[in-house]
Design a protein around this ligand. Structure first.
Ligand code: HEC
Length: 135
């Protein structure tokens, strides 16, 4: 019986509680607006000054060097990192490039179609051929 009475009381009180919370949240902002629009400056207003700055970004090759497969690299590899980043890697064999490219596909989600992996691996290994044993 008692619990039957309590439940509606709680439900009836809920809107009042919500209104109170809303007022508590909004009231400081209303006060802040009032002081901002009045003549007197708020005591501690931070000084904000905008100035021009010059930023020198590192230069990098925008695209992969021309060659068979460059179009694949340019369309499939530049969406996530620069050509420079790919070109400044330790030398890799064609097989190792295949592994790297497949890692880009499976681990990082590169949308390169599977049938382009071989051609791209050949191109990339050709750019920076690994030293042959004994040479
Ligand atoms: C979807 C985003 C994405 C695409 C597309 C992508 N990569 Fe990557 N790649 C990454 C991320 C992320 C890393 C950093 C991995 C790390 O920090 O170890 C990375 C790192 C690399 C590295 C150096 C580190 C390593 O794991 O060997 C090489 C080389 C590389 N990518 C080559 C390529 C080539 C070639 C392509 C074109 C098929 C390509 N990536 C496309 C996300 C991508």
């Amino acid at each position: 019986m008692e619990s039957k009475l309590r439940k509606p009381a709680v439900i009836r009180a809920t809107p009042a509680v919500l209104a109170g919370l809303l007022l508590a949240a909004v009231a400081p902002q209303l006060r802040a607006e009032n002081t901002a629009s009045s003549q007197a400056k708020p005591a501690r207003q931070p000084e904000v000054r905008w100035t021009k700055v010059n930023v020198q970004l590192p230069t990098s090759l925008a695209v992969f060097p021309a060659g068979r497969g460059a179009d694949i690299a340019n369309s499939q590899c530049l969406m996530c990192h620069s050509a420079d980043m790919v070109l400044h890697q330790p030398t890799r064999t064609q097989e190792q490039w295949k592994d790297t490219i497949n890692k880009m596909r499976t681990a990082y989600g590169a949308p390169l179609p599977a049938e382009q992996v071989d051609a791209l691996a050949a191109y990339l290994s050709g750019l920076n051929p690994p030293a042959k044993a004994g040479s």
